[in-house]
Structures are given as C-alpha cells and as structure tokens.
Design a binder for this molecule. Structure first.
Ligand code: ADP
Ligand code: ZN
Ligand code: MG
Length: 646
C-alpha cells in the first residue's frame, strides 16, 4: 500500500516477492576500442622507427681493411664521412658504406692499413658534419618514443578512470551541473510548473531580486540568502528551483546532497568551495542543493566515522553562506522531503530562513499538471482530463507525469496514434500498484479465497458511513498484491477525523475477518492489512491524541534530538505509559475486529454476491459494484458531480 495521503488501497499480499533484477556490468566497449587504438599507434610508431634505421644499412657494408685494399687498388673516387659512417663511391658508380674506428682519424686508420699517400690522394675525402634531421630523429627516438608512450598511456588511463566515474584526477572539482541562462532548450519557467500558486508567489520575489538587485539594495533590503523547498517526493521541488532560475534568466548550479556524501574524505568541503566560487564568478546565480537532508542532518548524532565527512561538508556550506556579501547576488536554494531531520543550524536566520512548502496537488492542480504533460501528446476525442484528475487524489506531479507517459506507451504498444481515455484510466492503476500480472495464476481455492477476502474489504467499506467509497475491486494480481480494492475519497482531504480512522481500520481488517470466519484459518494474505491497521491505530493513540484513556497528548518521537544515531527509537515516555499505549492500540483493533465481524454476519448474502461475481469476472468496476449493492439494499455512496463519467 502506497503511502499516498487520501488514497486508500487495500492490498492483499500473498508472499509474491518481486525479484530484484541483478545488474551485470556490460563489458566496456569503448575501453576495448581505445586500447586497440593505442596498440595500433604503438605498432605504427615502432615500424616507422625501424624502417628509418634500416634505411642506412641498405648499401653493402665493407670492413675497413677491404676499404683500404680498394683505396690502394685505386677503385675509390670519394669517401664522405658522416660521424662514424663512411659512404664510399667507386669508379664504376657503385656505392658502399663502412664505419671508421671510433676516435681515430680516417687518415690514421688508412696509414695503419698501409695505404700509400699517393693512392689516398686520388680519393676525395669530404667530412659532412651536418647531422640532418633524420640523424637526430634516429638517435633520439629510442629515448623519446618510450617517454611519449608512457605519457600517452597515462593520459589514456586517466580518461578511462574519469569515464568510470571515479574522477581520481579531478579531485576537488565540483560535480555541479550548470544550466546557462542562454540555454533555451533546458530552460524552464513558471509556466511549466502547474499549481503551486503560493510557492510561486513566494519565489517571484526572489526572481525580482535576481532580475533587478539594485532596486532592493538601494533601499537597504536584505534579501534572503537561502530558500528551503519542502515537500513530498515528486511535488516539483527540483522543477520549481529550475523555474526560478529560468524566470530570472540567471545561471543555475545544481548538485545533490548525496553527491557530496559519496565522495572521498575531505573532498566534500572542497567541492562546496568550488561550487560557490563558480557561482560567484557567474553571479547573479542560483545554487541548488537537492536532497539537502543527505548532508544537512542533525550533526553529532552519528555513531562511528563516516559522518565526519558529512559534517565537514555541511560546515563548509554554512561557512560559505555566512561569507556572502550582501551584494553578492547569489542565492542558495535547497530541497528536502525530510525537513524534520535537518540540522537546526541550517535553519538559522541568514541561512535557509525562507521556507517554501509544496503540497500534493489538489484536483484543479492535478488537471493543470496533466495538461502540461499532455502538450506533446496527441489525444483522442474522448479524453476528459478532469475525470483523470478526479480519480487521482494523492498523486504527486511526478506520478501524474508517469501516468501520462504510461498511457502513451500503452497506446503505442497497441499501434494507435492517439492516446485514449481508456489508456489513461488503465495507467492510473499501473502507477499506483505496478503492472498487472495476468500470468500469475491462482489455484481455484486461492482464487475463491482472494475473492472473498477482497469482497470483505469492499463490503465493509460500503456499509460503514465514514469509509471511502469503492471504485474498483480486482483479484488480478498487480505488483506484489494478489488482489485489491481501490477506494477513493469523495474529495481531497487534509484532515481525518477519529470516526474515519476507525472505519478505515475496520475496512483494513475486513479481509482477515472473512478468511477467519469463513475458512476457520488465516493465510499470509492479510499480513499487510494487519500492518496497516496497527499503524493507523498506533498513530491515533500516539500522534493524534484520539484515545479516551490517554487523552489529547502526543507521544511521538521528538525529531531532531537523536540519542544514538538517527534511526534509534527514542521514546519520551515511561514504560508504564508505553504499556497503556499498547493496551489502547489493542482495544482499538479488538473493537474494529468486532465491528467487521458484525458487518460480515449481517450482510452475508451481499458478501456472497460480490465474491461470486468477482470469481466470474475478476474485476468489478464501480458501476457494477453499485448495482450489486442496490440489489442488496445498500445505498451506494456516490458523489453527485461524478456524472460526467460515461
Ligand atoms: P521533487 O524534486 O519534488 O521530488 P521533481 O521536481 O523532480 O520533484 O518532479 C518530478 C517531475 O514531476 C517533474 O520533472 C515534472 O515532470 C513533474 N512535476 C512535478 N510537479 C509538477 C508540477 N507542479 N507541474 C508540472 N509538472 C510537475
Ligand atoms: Zn486485504
Ligand atoms: Mg527532486
């Protein structure tokens, strides 16, 4: 059961645990390709080198004594000396090479070989000291080539390491992503954010300042340095932060809290510094720290190491914010869905003292959001977005976005070019519960039991006055649920009364009561139902002060003051009170079980009717369900203005 406020889904789990997909690292193709390239380059270089050095050995090589004999015999016309190498030209036009003795003049060598002066005079000896480029290349290559190769290799490795995300060579550099003000493609403005009226109003002041800071500075106004966006996941915090930058036309630097945390020791703080430096250079700018709770949790509560890094990072953020000059024109925005765990130091004046809350969208806002995300999608004529908005209480903006997407995928899979209303309706359930699993076959007995179980929930929800009406019952397994009853409240509600709580608990226990009274046995099916019921009952007693015995006192864990570590339960009450709480919770569950049992007994025929039909068709929609109720003389709770439903 998703923790969506206002949406009640009762899910029967029958030990169908989803398999966690194992991700196997694919061989890194680009690495292989680049390694091959390096090898090819190396081979080419070596062969060029050896070709060059072979070049000089083409001509036949003479020994010095042979040369002396040839000179004495008068066959040689000229000898040119190049370093140690000798190039000999003969009268018949042939050329030969030889080497002179190192450190000895050629004439001395000839004298040693008894070459006569006369014979030598007939030979033109030239000394060529110009050691050409080829000579240098050839003599330096053995030294330079390996160095080049090593350098190339290091560069190549560093690229690989970066590619692997380790960034070992770019240590403190900020990993922030920047959206340039001139970047028209990724630019988002308030127009792209539906609903969230109050939040937009709050933030338009910031936009104003970033656009025209002088106006504010001249009059001596202090502009907030930090703005904290708070709200459930998917309510558009990230989106809105980007929209502020887009509206104001300033640079937007974003980094997520978890990115700070994942890094090496000591680097988190330096990344913060880099980030702020970068932003100041391109001021006016917005720095956005997404999911700041990852770094900004209450300090000093951690056990063991590990947290030091986070603390340093957090301290650095605070230091940077304190160091802002009033005319700096850099504004820090942060987002979190856990404002309760944030370090109070972050919330002090001069830091994130502006707080903007984003709520789950109400019905009108949901319609707006759906409209925004349907801009690019061709719709069939039967689409009524208002109806979809009505059926999706508790959906966040992100849920609505994926609903639209799912619908388009469904249409495309069935080779249609337009998205139909039916696609949208099917997608609601898909987003809520995960995809249908028609392939999961229940045995005949399992199917019957599941049908009665779900019928139990649905019946009780229809009989009790404060429970939400049933929209759909199904015994087609979906996600991890074997069957489910979809109940939607008549309207979005922010407050829940005690009577509603009690009815909800009774409905949740309905499946269990049916299994127990009809089959005399209980399966693992209702385990999730029981969890839901117990959690609701406990909340009533400890959070909302709805217990008669204990009175209107809350016994919630105090957030922000952990004893050891963040996750330890820390109760502020004595064992005696604890026992009283347990007794009250038990009493609520007991009473609810009795109420559920009574409904099942009183409406046994109706239960049979619902379950029988469910076994037949597996899914009952609201309309048919209401017909069954009417046949059994139960008045359906139908919202009057739901009539545009076809
Ligand atoms: P959060 O940061 O609060 O978890 P996001 O800003 O990442 O949520 O929202 C996720 C997506 O949901 C957005 O990219 C957008 O497509 C959609 N969305 C959320 N709220 C709205 C809204 N008010 N208007 C339009 N789209 C929205
Ligand atoms: Zn159930
Ligand atoms: Mg976000």
């Amino acid at each position: 059961m998703a923790d969506k406020k206002g949406t009640k889904i009762i899910i029967t789990k029958r030990g169908m645990n989803g398999k966690g997909g194992s991700k196997r690292g694919a061989p890194n193709e680009s690495f292989v390709r680049q390694a091959m390239l390096a090898l090819v380059i190396f081979i080419i270089l070596t062969s060029v080198y050896s070709a060059l050095s072979e070049n000089k050995n083409k001509a036949p090589q003479l020994s010095l004594s042979e040369l002396s004999q040839n000179v004495s015999a008068g066959l040689v016309t000229s000898i040119s000396v190049k370093g140690e190498d000798l190039l000999i030209k003969y009268k018949d036009g042939t050329e030969k090479v030889s080497k002179k003795e190192e450190g000895t003049a050629l004439t001395t060598s000839f004298a040693n070989y008894q070459v006569s002066k006369e014979a030598l005079n007939g030979v033109a000896v030239s000394i060529d000291n110009d050691r050409g480029l080829g000579f240098w290349v050839l003599s330096l290559a053995p030294i330079i080539l390996p160095i080049l190769f090593v350098v190339f290799f290091l560069w190549f490795i560093s690229r690989q390491v970066k590619g692997a995300g380790m960034q070992a060579f770019t240590f403190g550099q900020s990993k922030a992503r920047m959206i340039h003000p001139d970047d028209k493609v990724s630019r988002i403005t308030f127009k792209d954010v539906a609903g969230a009226k109050e939040a937009k109003e709050e933030l338009s002041e910031i936009v104003d300042f970033l656009k025209n800071p002088k106006k504010f500075l001249d009059i001596g106004a202090r502009i907030p340095k930090g703005i904290l966006l708070m709200g459930a996941p998917g309510t558009g915090k990230t989106l809105l932060a980007r929209a502020v930058a887009g509206e104001a036309g300033v640079a937007f630097f974003s980094i997520s809290g978890s990115e700070f945390v994942e890094m090496f020791v000591g680097v988190g703080a330096s990344r913060v510094r880099d980030l702020f430096d970068m932003a100041k250079k391109s001021a006016p700018a917005i720095i956005f720290v997404d999911e700041i709770d990852a770094v900004g949790r209450v300090r000093g509560g951690g056990m063991g190491g590990g947290n030091d890094e986070r603390e340093q990072t957090l301290n650095q953020i605070l230091v940077e914010m304190d160091g802002f000059e009033p005319n700096e024109k850099v504004i820090v925005m942060a987002a979190t869905n856990r404002p309760d765990v944030l370090d109070p130091a972050l919330l002090r004046p001069g830091r994130f003292d502006r707080r903007v809350t984003l709520d789950l969208p109400d019905r009108a806002d949901r319609e707006e959001i759906l409209k925004i995300h349907s801009r690019t999608k061709p719709f069939a004529e039967d689409v009524v977005l208002a109806l979809i908005a009505e059926r999706t209480p508790g959906f966040s903006g992100a849920d609505l976005y994926s609903l639209m997407n799912e619908a388009a995928i469904l249409a495309a899979r069935e080779n249609r070019t337009q998205v139909a209303q039916y696609d949208l309706i099917r997608s609601i359930e898909k987003v809520m519960l995960g995809p249908e699993r028609r392939s999961h076959i229940l045995s005949k007995k399992e199917k019957e039991l599941t049908a009665y179980h779900e019928a139990g929930h649905a019946l009780i929800a229809s009989v009790l006055p404060y429970a939400d009406p049933v929209h759909k019952i199904s015994i087609i397994s979906r996600g991890r649920a074997a069957g489910y009853v979809l109940k939607l409240p008549l309207e979005d509600r922010k407050l829940q009364s005690k009577k509603e709580f009690l009815d909800d608990i009774t409905v949740a226990l309905g499946g269990y009561v049916v299994e127990k009274s009809l089959y005399g046995d209980v399966t693992t099916g209702p385990s999730n139902d029981l969890q839901v019921a117990s959690a609701l009952a406990r909340d009533m007693v400890t959070k909302y002060g709805m217990s008669e015995k204990l009175g209107p006192i809350t016994f919630e864990n105090q957030p922000g003051r952990p004893m050891f570590g963040q996750n330890f339960e820390h109760h502020e009450y004595s064992e005696e009170v604890g026992a009283k709480i347990d007794a009250e919770v038990n009493k609520i569950i007991d009473d609810s079980l009795k109420r559920a049992q009574k409904v099942i007994n009183d409406y046994r025929e109706t239960l049979n009717d619902i379950a029988t039909r469910l076994i037949e068709v597996e899914t009952i929609e609201q309309k048919e369900f209401e017909e069954i109720l009417i046949r059994n003389k139960i008045k359906p709770k139908r919202k009057l203005d739901l009539e545009h439903q076809k």
